[in-house]
Ligand binder design. Structure first.
Ligand SMILES: *[C@@H]1O[C@H](CO)[C@@H](O)[C@H](O)[C@H]1NC(C)=O
Ligand SMILES: *[C@@H]1O[C@H](CO)[C@@H](O)[C@H](O)[C@H]1NC(C)=O
Length: 649
């Protein structure tokens, strides 16, 4: 299977190169992004900040010095024309600063196995993971224009310039605009100097604002064809369908194996299938998942890395005091019972109405999850900003978010799995999709139980979640009622999608009395690009101000039972809390005393949310100047940035 797809990929690449289709596609893609940007001229991440113009950054991914000297030459040449440039060794660069860049040029060699040289390894990994991570969104680099020059050797065959190609692909996937197509230099061909010169000319004339792109840019796409592509949605679908990663697997993992599956999915002769098939595995691994056994996974969250480096935690840090660098994200079931429109995986995940797969032991899953998680933490050693003490803390996770892809509650041994986590004094946050009320009823007390409330009416729930069950609405309502009956620390999680559910505030208010959740988390959907199975566009993405307005209205409609307690501006996320439970003498208590929680669990007596709540710090409270950003983290951040600046030349 792998061999077939690799060789067909290779064949396709060769064909694409031959016909210059790839650069034509890049151009079309960058055109359509530019178009989007015209509609939404302010970038998503920081809607309130004006964009200062940065000097052009010239990165070199260099091992033997060839790329570095080419990059140096380009820097000299551009500065000679009075252009502001900065030569950057990516080893000393903070990738989290990329969203601030407006112009990036990369000269990249390809090292062993098609990878970039070590000095660019971290930058490359950051780009690869961000590009595959739904939480990052596809517009994080939308302010940035870029171009890549590859220093490759045809002697390496299929991996010729693959580091440069990857870098360009990831930059584009994150919304950056490729202003001069990737130029693949060939050191064996002896033409690299000439190729570099032409590429540099193209860059120079663009930066000087000249209209003609120059000889370096080999774009010969007729204008009318571009325009046609820009408006043709079908094309986008075809493109997606051709991509080997976008395979319709519904019929494979949920139902009978189809012809498409080549019989590889049914394991044995009529035996029990494995949930994670080779295609799904490949797909998930590409997104940074470590697959455990045949149906579980862990992934190192972007925020775990961020807090390891003292650069801020996720909204769960602001709302509940979770230490992101000690948080493990895992799921014991990568399968799901919905096919949500905003699912970032565009339905390459298995779906099913009940557990029908081979099952792994909960103890094995927990041990393997911790093992894989700590391995990923160890890989952060030596990354800029990571301190020894953070790393040590990270190596013993205190929290587990059972909230990755899939439906954790489907796993028949979920209670034993939770016990195993609590035995290790690891807190448990679990998110379920409101399709299994009986599973909610039988679930053991956990630290915080979430139900995704993706829509507020039957019609919109059907449209948004595309559930597999015919009686999905009854299941949904019963799930909410089960939440109320649990008498635990509970949360409704709302994902606002403009035009789909963000207009239903009255209907949402009506759902509050069904589940009487302690908290309501409201988050704007993240845009992850459009594919054949997800038709979201930028118009569907709410701003932080939209999320705030929705939250405030919902609070009013609850007749004062809920108030807006916290916000995390960076993730576009707001928290409502039950006032009479969590506001004591005017002070919010949305945080959790995790030690107390573990004591309560160990006591085996029944307990309630009020028994282990803790005071919310002032910086996390709604309307605080810090916007939910821990000042301890920001102080550290400032120190770091001075250090980083000094290292750049
Ligand atoms: C089938 O299951 C067995 C036992 O779990 C496993 O070792 C084997 O790799 C599986 N085969 C396929 C084709 O998935
Ligand atoms: C809020 O908490 C109070 C006190 O526990 C409880 O009586 C009330 O029902 C809760 N409100 C909602 C809407 O859940």
């Amino acid at each position: 299977m792998t061999a077939i797809s690799t060789s067909s990929l290779r064949a396709r690449l060769a064909l694409a190169a031959l016909l210059s289709l790839s650069s034509a596609f890049c151009l079309w893609k960058s055109r359509s992004l530019r178009r989007r940007r015209r509609l939404f001229s302010v970038p998503l991440e920081n809607p309130n900040k004006a964009a200062p113009i940065q000097p052009a950054k010239i990165f070199f991914a260099s091992q033997t010095g060839t790329s570095e000297s080419l990059a140096r030459r380009l820097a000299t040449r551009l500065s000679a024309h009075g252009l502001a440039v900065e030569l950057v060794n990516p080893l000393h660069y903070e990738p989290e600063d990329l969203p601030k860049e407006t112009f990036v040029l990369i000269v990249a060699s390809t090292w062993e196995e098609g990878k970039p040289p070590p000095n660019a390894a971290f930058l490359a990994r950051w780009l690869a993971e961000s590009a595959a991570d739904f939480r990052v969104g596809s517009l994080i680099l939308s302010r940035c224009q870029f171009s890549v020059f590859g220093v490759g050797s045809t002697a390496f065959g299929a991996t010729f310039n693959s580091a440069a190609r990857d870098l360009a692909r990831w930059m584009k996937a994150l919304g950056a605009e490729e202003i001069v197509p990737l130029c693949e230099g060939d050191v064996d061909g002896g033409e690299v100097e000439k190729e570099f010169h032409l590429w540099s000319e193209g860059i120079l004339s663009l930066m000087k604002g000249e209209k003609t792109i120059g000889d370096g840019a080999r774009i010969d796409m007729p204008d009318d064809l571009e325009e046609e592509n820009e408006y043709d949605e079908e094309d986008e679908d075809e493109e997606a369908a051709e991509d080997s990663d976008v395979v319709d697997l519904e019929d494979i993992a949920g139902k009978a194996p189809s012809k498409k599956s080549n019989g590889q999915l049914a394991n044995g002769t009529g035996g029990i299938k494995e949930m994670v098939t080779p295609i799904i595995r490949k797909n998930l691994e590409k997104q940074g998942y470590k697959i455990i056994g045949s149906h579980s996974g862990v992934k190192l969250c972007r925020w775990t890395k961020s807090q390891l480096r003292g650069r801020g935690g996720c909204y769960k840090h602001s709302f509940y005091g979770i230490e992101s660098h000690r948080c493990m994200e895992a799921t014991p079931s990568l399968a799901c019972a919905n096919k949500c429109v905003f699912c970032w995986r565009h339905h390459t995940n298995p779906v099913g109405k009940s557990w029908q797969w081979k099952m792994d032991d909960p103890l094995v899953i927990v041990n393997a999850a911790i093992d894989q998680h700590t391995k990923m933490i160890k890989q952060m050693k030596g990354v800029p900003g990571v301190k020894e003490e953070h790393l040590l803390e990270g190596l013993s996770p205190r929290h587990c978010a059972l909230s990755l892809v899939g439906e954790p509650i489907m796993y028949p041994e979920i209670n034993t799995l939770i016990d195993e986590l609590h035995l290790r004094r690891i807190s448990t946050f679990l998110v379920t999709n409101a399709q299994f009320p009986e599973k909610i009823q039988m679930l053991k007390p956990i630290t915080q139980l979430y139900v995704s409330v993706d829509a507020a009416t039957k019609e919109s729930l059907k449209a948004v979640d595309r559930p597999l069950f015919g009686d999905f609405w009854e299941r949904f309502v019963d799930s909410l009622k089960s939440l109320r009956d649990k008498q635990q620390r509970t949360v409704y999680r709302l994902t606002l999608v403009k035009g789909w559910n963000a207009e239903e505030v009255d209907a949402y208010a009506n759902l509050l009395c069904l589940g009487e959740p302690d908290f309501i988390e409201i988050k704007g959907v993240t845009y992850c690009g459009s594919t054949a199975t997800s038709k979201l566009t930028m118009e569907n993405v709410p701003w932080h101000s939209d999320v705030k307005a929705f939250s405030e209205t919902l609070a009013i409609k609850s007749n004062g039972q809920y108030e807006v307690a916290c916000e995390h501006v960076h993730s576009c996320c707001v928290l409502l809390a039950n006032v009479s439970k969590f506001k004591i003498n005017g002070q919010w208590h949305t945080w959790i005393d995790y030690e107390r929680f573990q004591e309560l669990v160990a006591s085996e007596k029944s307990f309630r949310a009020e028994d282990y709540m803790a005071a919310t710090p002032s910086w996390a409270v709604y309307g605080a100047e810090e916007g939910g950003f821990d000042p301890k983290q920001s102080r550290y951040r400032k120190e770091r940035r001075h250090g980083a600046a000094a290292l750049k030349n």
